[in-house]
Design a protein. Structure first.
Length: 156
């Protein structure tokens, strides 16, 4: 059993939100401004029996992931990825083998060592929002992406 003095004065280093690197093929890591970590949701199965009700877990689904990117002046890698999903000019859709990607992101410690690694399998762009513009602002233009993926693996 831990004593209060042991809890209060135990040194630890928390993970910080600004220490991460996301690697998406074709998109430079420095363009990624912010992101959510994976989340999972499970259905419930209701088991009725006489006067009692029990619950067990049903299907689990990984929830979409939101990322925010800076929009660079050079041609957009996001548009190129979207074109693998759907080509606006011709109306052609792509095969999932072309537009689905495996994505890795790492959380880092204060000296830059990887302390947590996630891999998102079969990710694609579910929605893309290319931001807004305003004459009264000098803020950078941002692209908001919602990524849908098959599943996530926490490697460590």
């Amino acid at each position: 059993l831990l004593e209060p003095q042991d809890i209060m004065f135990t040194p630890f280093e928390p993970k910080l939100k600004n220490r991460f690197i996301m690697q998406i093929d074709g998109i430079n890591a420095y363009l990624i401004k912010s992101m959510n970590r994976p989340s999972i949701e499970s259905d419930e199965v209701v088991l009725e029996h006489m006067n009692v009700t029990r619950y067990v877990k049903g299907k689990s689904r990984w929830q979409p992931l939101e990322i925010m990117l800076y929009d660079p002046v050079v041609p957009s890698a996001v548009i190129e990825w979207i074109r693998l999903h759907h080509e606006s000019v011709t109306g052609r859709d792509g095969y999932s083998a072309f537009y689905k990607k495996d994505i890795t992101f790492n959380l880092l410690d204060p000296v830059g060592a990887v302390v947590e690694e996630w891999e998102l399998k079969g990710a694609y762009i579910q929605s893309a929002n290319f931001g807004d513009l305003a004459f009264d602002s000098s803020d950078p233009v941002e692209i908001s992406l919602t990524l849908r993926y098959d599943y996530a693996i926490l490697k460590f």
